[in-house]
Design a binder for this molecule. Structure first.
Ligand code: GLU
Length: 480
């Protein structure tokens, strides 16, 4: 049987980091077996579901590189792929269960339900214990009430036994007999509930695997009952571990950016986000840390999931971004980073070759695009750094001699029409200070750095100087 795995988000918000990780695992389970990755939109909560979220979700999944083979936007042989377009089917199947005596009409009003729940609580028994008042009500009478227009829900007749299944992440899971009561499958407004629709769809869409977050583990017992009622073999289940913040609490907005779109807006590389998320709950068979999605499709197996909650750490994500950025080709590197600089940044007026050498050098020094401008200051800033370290270098007698010499040298090179100082010219300057001015060691190197860049510290001058426009170099003279 060919592998079919679905990602089934509810379009009630933007794609969450946790959702993206689930989608990633679904995608990988399918791809590893040459199977099909399906997107299903679970929009039966009409008040909270919004079309704009569905559109954004599809866009964000695409940005992540998780393109589905079937879904509401691309179609497929098992549609429709929006639950709101499948309501009639759910209703018919719920009616079928009523006919077969596996579900029943319940006429308890909200007030009655509340009272019964309170009564059960007072008696310290399961809150749902008394929700089954109509379980054995005469079906013919019930039908009459329904036909007379009496408000009702449809409840599933819980077989009242223990359920056990083997989860691909958690191993054997057993649910006690009284964990859930006779739960509602069709609400009084005629809308079916998640646990019912989900089973019908996973069954009718021929899903072989259900990968979802751990918080759905307890729903599985209700779903197993529904599969059983229809005589259908359930798919394999895999409930991936919870994502938590530093305080070990479930990842939420107060932990910082939790929507994929926020990372997209901050110009993170999608492959870095996917790489990092993949490792939050799964490990590579060769313990590899940095990889591309397409490289792990062939080694992705279901036996390498971890049960423990996974800590989401944005600093680690930044590290992965740096690793993936450094894996880009020079051309892609420029295409990735250049647009992140303001349009007025002098970087944009430099030629292609310069841009390439510049980014190839600086890519080693940072991990996320927003850190790039500060690194480029060493090439473009015309203001001397204000720091104690600079003051100290300035106070040395030798520094003034270096500055005077560098100033005349820079003017000389500039007047020859050159746009940059070459490495050879820089070496000559160093030799001159050493031999003629008799300056050595830190006095020489720090003095030269100050004279040329206005800074006390920074990257290798042999790389920085040939990348610094001579116009900038001229403006710097006299600053120190
Ligand atoms: N719509 C559910 C959610 O977004 C899907 C859960 C499932 O995968 O069964 O959490």
């Amino acid at each position: 049987m060919s592998v079919r795995v679905r990602f089934a988000p509810s379009p009630t918000g933007y794609l969450h980091i946790g959702g993206a990780r689930t989608a990633l695992y679904c995608h990988l389970i399918a791809k590893a077996k040459g199977g099909t990755f399906v997107l299903r939109i679970e929009d039966t909560d009409l008040e909270r579901s919004k079309k704009e979220y569905e559109v954004a979700m599809i866009e964000d999944l695409k940005w992540c590189g998780l393109e589905h083979n079937e879904g509401p936007d691309v179609g497929g042989g098992f549609g429709p792929y929006r639950q709101s377009e499948r309501i009639e089917m759910y209703k018919q199947l719920a009616d079928q269960l009523v006919e077969e005596g596996k579900a029943y009409y319940c006429f308890l009003s909200d007030e009655e339900l509340e009272e019964l729940t309170e009564k059960a609580k007072a008696e310290k028994i399961s809150p749902h214990a008394y929700h089954d008042k109509y379980r054995d009500f005469d079906p013919t009478e019930a039908k009459k009430k329904v036909e007379a227009g009496e408000s009702h829900v449809i409840r599933f007749k819980n077989p009242r036994k223990k359920y056990t299944f083997t989860d691909l992440v958690r191993g054997e899971v057993t649910f006690p007999e009284d964990m859930v009561g006779d739960f509602v499958i069709i609400r009084s407004n005629g809308m079916p509930v998640y646990n019912f629709c989900c089973v019908i769809d996973d069954w009718k869409m021929e899903m072989t695997h259900v990968m979802r977050a751990e918080e759905h583990l307890n729903n599985t017992v209700r779903q197993l009952m529904v599969y059983e009622a229809f005589g259908v073999t359930p798919p394999e289940f895999a409930h991936c571990s919870l994502l938590v913040g530093e305080d070990r609490q479930k990842l939420s907005k107060r932990h910082g950016a939790t929507s994929v779109v926020q990372y997209k807006d901050q110009n993170f590389l999608p492959q870095a986000l996917m790489n990092y998320l993949c490792l939050l709950g799964w490990s590579h068979p060769e313990e590899k840390d940095v990889f591309k999605l397409e490289d792990i499709e062939s080694v992705f197996t279901l036996d390498r999931f971890q049960k423990a909650p996974a800590l989401y750490d944005i600093e680690k994500l930044k590290h992965f971004n740096g690793e993936h950025m450094r894996m880009l080709t020079t051309e892609d590197l420029v295409n990735y980073l250049a647009p992140t600089l303001e349009s007025s940044h002098p970087f944009h007026s430099m030629d292609k070759k310069w841009q390439e050498s510049c980014l190839e050098f600086f890519k080693e020094k940072f991990n996320i695009p927003s850190e790039l401008p500060q690194h480029l200051d060493v090439l473009f800033s015309t203001e001397a750094e204000k720091s104690e370290a600079v003051e100290e270098v300035k106070s040395w007698e030798s520094t003034q001699a270096i500055c005077d010499y560098v100033k005349s040298k820079v003017e000389e090179i500039a007047s020859s029409g050159a746009s940059f100082i070459t490495v050879e010219q820089f070496n000559e300057m160093t030799d001159h200070c050493k031999k003629e001015l008799k300056i050595k060691g830190k006095f020489l190197f720090k003095g030269l750095r100050l004279a040329l860049t206005g800074m006390a510290e920074g990257p290798d001058l042999k790389v920085v100087i040939p990348l610094t426009p001579i116009e900038i170099m001229k403006k710097r003279q006299g600053l120190s």
